[in-house]
Design a protein around this ligand. Sequence first.
Ligand code: SF4
Length: 466
Amino acid sequence: LIQTPSVARRRRRPAGSGRTRPPERPIGIKLELTHACNLRCDFCYTDSPRHTVARTADLSDDAWRLVVEQALELGIVEAVITGRDQLLRAPLTLELVERLCAEGVGVTLNTNGWFVSAAIADRLARLPGLTVDVSVDGATAELHDAARGVPGSWRRAIEAIALLLDRGVKVVVVHVVTPLNERWVGELLEQLWLLGVGLVRVTPVVTVGAASRERGWKTDRRALERAVAESRRRFGDDFRPTLHGEFVALLPRRTAAPASMLVRPSGAVLIDSLHPFSFGRVGEGLAACWERIVAGWRSPEIDVWARGITRLDQLGSAPTVPYADLERALAGEAVAPVATRGHEPSLPRRDRRSNEPGVAPGDLAAARARVLERGLGRRYVGAPIRWSGDRDGERVVRSIDDGRTWRLNATAGLVLEQVSGRTAGDAAGALAALHPEVPRERIVADTIRTVHWLTTRRLVRAAPAS
Ligand code: SF4
């Protein structure tokens, strides 16, 4: 379910767009490298906790290398590396991401953040065209860790984001909304903004995989829309949270043709993560599997399966539930059945008290202080520029890299000057010294808003001290 927006857009082209047949060769590919995960989310769409306990087998390293080479030969332009958490296979994951990036493919790497060390962040920072999606599920350690089932997972996720942003890696935060954390979406969005994140995808639980075995995932969509709109209003256009849609088009006669494919850790080849139908195994060759998708994506069997499902929260009652049931083979070899029954993981018990009015979700002040410290501690370098002006503190700045010209007000000019070679905290200090009458909270907010503005326009970029 987590894809680059561009792959997601192209995966199914809108009906009537003229693309009623899949392209001759796939545009993108999603690779789920492993069934295993170190966390224990009870909404896990890939049902990883059960597979981890059952020790479900994954494709070998060599098999994945071959898949990537075949995908490159097919001419893909975008790839999503996922499966969760594939950094449990870090050497292989990094090798494949580096290979794809070296060939000019736009890659999105999904992770829960636990295994992102400074050394891994350094390697990822060298890759052009890479986006890292990191999951954060709460505005406090208590909320996030309760959802993810493992203490310390909030701290590791926040630290992973900070390590990546410190190095200038493009990060998208994925926030899974449940009845337990929905009241605190606004606080989480503010924290992510303070941390320096620019893109957030707010995603209510999709009832596939582990989530399909539970009930009670419904959240207040209108309240989520309000929280997203309010954070956009408060934090400006350089902070872009989006709310995942609630409707889905699964019927082949209603949707446009597929343009990418998905490979599961078992080697099964599917159209995407919402249709539980396989079109062969990687051992038969990706090209052959794509041809089967081209020939079979309008199969009447898919039509029967998808009838009546128009919303994502209805997927859990489909005749075959993606990621909870074994895929149905529509063409090619089927994968061997995987037995996870009898291998029940110990999943977090949902404690609904955190969603009751008046109940604090844990130590909000400590969480906010932690992310603010990481955000203000980030070091930046300025881009090569020429500047002129200085009337009432205003400046006109021309980027030598891309030739664009910007008019900066006095605050932006000062922050640009002060943050270059220093930290956002240093810039806030300089601003506070100039305006001692302004409350510190306002100084910090102005500095962070300005740093977002400057980084979005590439006038400064994050760079670790070394
Ligand atoms: S949802 Fe949780 S358990 Fe599932 S793969 Fe992601 S981090 Fe792991």
